[in-house]
Design a protein around this ligand. Structure first.
Ligand code: ADP
Ligand code: MG
Length: 750
């Protein structure tokens, strides 16, 4: 065994979950379903699969689901390393890729992947045990999987092919699973892993910055770095753009010199420590699971040890945004090693946060929510929490969606704080007051209650769950959401029309139990939203299929164009940005084509972009030069392959393949494409407000949709912005500065 493996084993033995191995294994032996709760970092994800493997559960497969791709991939690598087994045995599968082989014994996968497998084999016969990880996140697929497995496990046991279910949560809030009689008639045992969580001192801001919390995070991080003893810093922000902007500012303020010698920095560290040791403070214990016990109105300032003590609150030191000012703060004697972390970051980049930082430097990770529970970053002593989270919100009636940054919940703020106390006592700096914290909701809502459910309803119908209302959801979606979903699926032809003429109540019931049609089954086998699945199912006509597949792939992958509308950060960038905007506008015009193809609008632009990019070999350079997002284009490529295979398996005679040299569609094909798209997006129809209807100026150049009273618009970037056809269909409406339709194409009036 290598030295590395020995080190790994040592680290492993220190994990709190090791003490519970016996208890866990006994519970698993004696119960069909077991719940494990343990603080993030206690070793659930990496150790429990190993316990099961060693106890002989690997005669079949051990499956473990994660809500995030990041976690599925990185955890499979980690466990393989710890077990000293090849990735043929400890493998992963996410939507487009994986390394599963016939020898795989431990399989990490995203929850969506397992749901698809249930469609193929309801009894999941390959598996001896399924572990649902991160159940506290309450992702839609995780919730559905728990509901399904609550039925599959007893079925398997009845058939004499025993199977186990393990639910793992980072919080103690598991009543939705354990006390839900519809889910588990006998409540499953809950095993609590006593994590060695060190005390974390919470510091609230006196004031709550309403706008510039990124600036506030910058100041706080600078101060921590300049004034507080060694230890990693973890900053929580809400999105990728913020993460990068803070990384840039911090790197500028504390330039990281590769040439710093170890002696230099350890000397600096020594001096620094000495200066700081003047004051020793004992840290109060804070129970992170029962935080509300803290007096809410007393904690408004940085009273405890640390920053506030020395400077009497934070707000006094007003730094402004001038880069010259940033220089004043910089104490470059100890380099700050700044790393970004978010879901879409390339895996090699993500892996950096797990490695020890260069000697003599301080690690500083700027992260989104991924660092809240799915990944544990070693050596974090300070957490800076902006208190916010970016989420997609849907209007219940219209389906209009928007990304909004809102306050997070108390539970998730406490999770974030907990990241500071994994290896020694730590500090959490909240960039908001305790009064504001007191107003946070206690817990985040389950995702299933917050979004449309037509995709889930279709998947369930395909599993022959006819009465979706009766499904044992851990938290059910609203009846309105279920009715809306069934109505849409009926209108798409995926479900049979309810044939009931009885009283209102029966009608209601009938509406919620429409059986699936053969078209619906075909649609369910396509891994895209039902509207797009319908488009695919109709795509056979007139040799349109390759185009339809490309369009559906492009519609499914969000944001294929780079966001060039953002404000420039410097003059230098401004002129570059202008050039790139001009180039993208020119390309968009080219891709939109001429004559008949123009009417396909934004979808034609997507088709043109995908075609051109593939023709050029889908290189980062081509994307960079033409305003396309490389990651999106790669994803589209993979999705085209996957959709092509899915179509062939439903309809082998079509003989479609992915052509990297796809020629543009003919005029006739464009007409056909528009009809097919209309069939899928028919309920997303909008009409230009004209003539006498145009009373209020707010309706100028605006469209009216059946469901909304508000005007909606064609975005200036759209291929149809100058044309303004009378009727259009759109992919979706996003609310930004206005209500904008995305993915617009024209419909010919009769
Ligand atoms: P949990 O699932 O309970 O949150 P994990 O099993 O993910 O805990 O993590 C246990 C420990 O293993 C953590 O302390 C973490 O720092 C460490 N760890 C996990 N993954 C990696 C990795 N890829 N590299 C280094 N350390 C890791
Ligand atoms: Mg985990």
């Amino acid at each position: 065994q290598s030295c590395f493996t020995v080190l790994l084993q040592e680290a492993r033995l220190k994990l709190p979950i090791l003490a519970e191995e016996q208890v866990i294994m006994e519970a698993v032996r004696e119960n069909p379903c077991v719940v494990i709760c343990g603080e993030t970092g206690s070793g659930k994800t990496t150790q429990v699969p190993q316990f099961l493997y060693e106890a002989g559960y690997a005669s079949g497969m051990i499956g473990i689901t994660e809500p995030r791709r990041v976690a599925a991939v990185s955890m499979s690598h980690r466990v393989a390393k710890e077990m000293n087994l090849p990735t043929q045995v400890v493998s992963y599968q996410i939507r487009y890729e994986g390394n599963v082989t016939s020898d795989t014994k431990i399989k990490f996968m995203t929850d969506g992947v397992l749901l698809k497998e249930i469609q193929k084999d309801f009894l999941l016969q390959k598996y001896n045990i399924i572990i649902i990880d991160e159940a506290h996140e309450r992702s839609v697929y995780t919730d559905i999987l728990i509901g399904l497995l609550s039925r599959i496990v007893p079925l398997r046991n009845k058939k004499g092919m025993p199977m186990k279910l393990l639910i793992m949560s980072a919080t103690l809030r598991v009543e939705d699973f354990t006390e839900n009689q519809r889910l588990f008639r006998t409540p499953p045992p809950v095993i609590k892993v006593d994590a060695r969580q060190f005390p974390v001192t919470i510091h609230f801001n006196k004031r709550t910055p309403l706008e510039d919390y990124t600036g506030e995070a910058f100041h706080k991080t600078c101060k921590i770095h300049r004034m507080l003893p060694p230890g990693g810093i973890l900053v929580f922000l809400t999105g990728q753009a913020e993460v990068h902007s803070l990384c840039r500012r911090l790197r500028k303020a504390f330039p990281f010199r590769k040439d710093v010698t170890e002696a230099d920095t350890s000397e600096a560290m020594r001096k620094f420590k000495k200066a700081k040791q003047k004051k020793t403070v004992s840290l109060p214990r804070i129970d992170l699971d029962n935080y509300s016990a803290l007096p809410v109105d007393e904690g408004d300032e940085d009273r405890e040890a640390g920053i506030g003590d020395e400077e009497d609150g934070d707000s006094d030191l007003d730094l402004g945004d001038d880069p010259a000012d940033e220089g004043k703060l910089a104490d470059t004697s100890i380099p700050l090693y700044v790393l970004p972390l978010y879901s879409l970051l390339a895996p090699e980049q993500q892996a950096k946060v797990f490695r020890p930082p260069p000697p003599g430097t301080r690690l500083c990770v700027i992260a989104t929510n991924v660092a809240e529970t799915s990944l544990t970053i070693p050596g974090i002593k300070y957490v800076v929490d902006c208190g916010r989270v970016k989420k997609r919100f849907y209007d219940k009636v219209t389906g209009v969606s928007s990304f909004k940054v809102t306050w997070t919940s108390q539970a998730s703020a406490n999770q974030r704080a907990g990241r500071a106390g994994r290896t020694e006592p730590g500090h959490c700096y909240r960039l908001y007051s305790s009064a504001v914290f007191g107003d946070f909701s206690l817990f985040s809502e389950a995702e299933i209650t917050r979004r449309p459910v037509e995709d889930l309803v279709l998947q369930m119908k395909d599993l022959n769950i006819e009465k979706v209302v009766n499904f044992p959801f851990p938290t059910p979606p609203s009846t309105e959401a279920l009715v809306a979903a069934e109505q849409l699926l009926v209108s798409l032809g995926a479900l049979e029309e309810p044939s009931c003429t009885g009283r209102l109540k029966e009608m209601q019931r009938a509406k919620l139990s429409c059986p699936i049609t053969p078209l619906g089954r075909a649609m369910a086998s396509f891994p895209v939203a039902p509207r797009y699945a319908k488009v695919l199912a109709l795509g056979k006509q007139q040799d349109c299929l390759p185009y339809i597949i490309a369009v559906v792939a492009a519609m499914t992958v969000r944001e294929i164009f780079e966001d060039l509308d953002r404000p420039a950060r410097s003059e230098d960038e401004s002129s570059k940005l202008n050039q790139r905007r001009a180039r993208l506008t020119q390309m968009r015009r080219l891709w939109a084509g001429q004559g008949a193809s123009l009417l396909l609008g934004d979808l034609m632009v997507m088709l043109g972009a995908v075609g051109a990019c593939e023709f050029a070999g889908c290189t980062p350079k081509f994307c960079e030069n033409n305003g396309l997002r490389y990651k999106a284009m790669v994803e589209i490529r993979k999705l085209r392959g996957q959709l092509t295979n899915a179509v062939i398996s439903v309809c082998p005679e079509v003989g479609v393949f992915v052509d990297p040299k796809m020629t543009p569609p003919t005029e006739h094909q464009v007409v056909c494409l528009r009809q097919i798209v209309l069939a899928g997006l028919g309920d997303h129809l909008a009409r230009l407000v004209q003539g006498e209807d145009l009373v209020d100026p707010k309706w100028k150049n605006a469209y009216k949709t059946p469901l909304m009273d508000e005007p909606v618009f064609i975005h200036p970037n759209s291929a149809l912005f100058k044309k303004l056809p009378e009727f259009v269909v759109y992919q979706e409406i996003m609310e930004t500065s206005k209500m904008y339709m995305k993915g617009v194409s024209a419909v010919e009036a009769e």
